[in-house]
Ligand binder design. Structure first.
Ligand code: ADP
Length: 159
């Protein structure tokens, strides 16, 4: 069974992330979505809230597992799950340099592990940061995030 791990902060999950998971499922039988819990940035949503929103967005697809990734190297996490592919989305030229560096560093850290990129599509302009900024200022983020996320953003920002 071909599996991949898709890691990120998902603070919150956007339709861009969902599109990457869906595209990933064309190539892989199983995707483990790993929520980074120790990112340096102070998150808007708790890990449990982020996991709940991801689970809701993928609507209990049995091919997708949602997990948390607390510490250490992503390659070690992947190995612990018996997975040798890291799935990443590529949005724009801006993503490219960093993603190429990271993919090569990860390959060095663990020779048996490779990174597979999926091109961003309709949601190439969407990032969690931009979504939060727009929502915090009262912007309507309908259509760029799943419905539950839209609701939770309204609650967080008291609108
Ligand atoms: P982090 O917060 O750790 O940077 P993100 O949640 O931003 O992680 O992103 C995780 C992965 O999802 C990255 O590979 C990123 O390029 C990809 N991604 C994020 N948003 C989009 C989008 N709108 N379209 C395609 N890929 C995306």
């Amino acid at each position: 069974m071909a599996s991949a791990v898709y890691a990120g902060s998902f603070d919150p999950i956007t339709n861009g992330h969902v599109a990457i998971i869906q595209a990933g499922l064309v190539a892989f039988d199983r995707i483990v979505v790993a929520v980074l819990t120790n990112a340096s940035k102070s998150p808007l949503f708790t890990v449990d809230e982020r996991i709940e929103m991801i689970a809701d967005a993928i609507a209990d697809d049995p091919r997708v597992e949602v997990d948390r990734f607390d510490r250490g190297l992503l390659v070690d996490y992947a190995r612990s799950k018996g997975i040798s592919v890291i799935l990443r989305g590529l949005r724009a030229v801006g993503d490219f340099e960093y993603e190429l560096q990271m993919a090569n560093m990860n390959r060095r850290l663990a020779l048996g592990i490779t990174t597979v990129f999926v091109p961003a599509n309709d949601y190439f302009f969407v990032s969690s940061t931009l979504v939060k900024e727009a929502a915090s200022l009262g912007g309507d983020v309908k259509g760029v995030v799943p419905e539950l996320v839209e609701r939770k953003l309204r609650e967080k920002y008291g609108r």
